[in-house]
Design a protein around this ligand. Sequence first.
Ligand SMILES: Nc1ncnc2c1ncn2[C@@H]1O[C@H](COP(=O)(O)OP(=O)(O)OP(=O)(O)O)[C@@H](O)[C@H]1O
Ligand SMILES: [Mg+2]
Length: 237
Amino acid sequence: MLELKNIKKDYFTDHTIVQHVLHGIDLTINDGDFFAIMGPSGSGKSTLMNIVWLLDTPTSGEYILDGIELPDMSENEKARLRSQKIWFVFQAYNLIPRMKVIDQVALPLFYQGVSKWKEYERAIAALEKVGLAHKIDRNPNQLSWWEQQRVAIARAIVTNPSLILADEPTGNLDTKTSNEIMNIFTKLNKEWKTIVMVTHESDIAKYAKHNIHIRDGLIEKFTIDGKEKDKKHAVKR
Ligand SMILES: Nc1ncnc2c1ncn2[C@@H]1O[C@H](COP(=O)(O)OP(=O)(O)OP(=O)(O)O)[C@@H](O)[C@H]1O
Ligand SMILES: [Mg+2]
């Protein structure tokens, strides 16, 4: 599905290098994989996610997504891939305050020119997957925090993306709710969705099939099913 080769990212201010954030990340993610990215604060996890999401471009290195190399992608193509193929699970505070759940979830389809009828049909199907089909006409402020988080997930999966990215999806949630979110992710992964999530918590990372530990902008450890692997496995498996 996607391949990162020697990805480096520096942040510049006035042409002076301020910070080398990613020092050469090599990683292959295959269809159906479920990755958890771990690492200390400031190690470059969100930076890496933004590159995978095509929101940010690496300073150097190669990024190949579905056989297309990043430099060859036009802004239009990036926007198309972002809206159809990849979806980013934002935290629930990104919900629109006075919009009904169903409209909220159907919104990404509006940008794809799906008919109104189909929009609702697919929004309801997505809400069913997260167990919230009975609350379609509520506004976010009438829902619990956990329900809001599920609306955010339904909105992420309504376009049927093949790659789901999530940066700390369980941040600020209690253990029970976090586990429920992970159960939804596990179910989606069984339906052959590829998932890449960032988490600080090792209990949450256990739900993923693969764990990557990033430190100072480099992959320091790679584990599959709890077994530590040579970093080369991050590239060729
Ligand atoms: N736009 C930017 N300009 C300059 N420096 C940046 C920018 N974005 C991130 N950084 C720096 O890059 C480093 C890595 O940031 P990043 O957000 O990727 O870390 P992270 O691993 O996601 O951390 P956290 O666990 O706290 O979310 C940090 O030192 C941060 O200050
Ligand atoms: Mg981060």
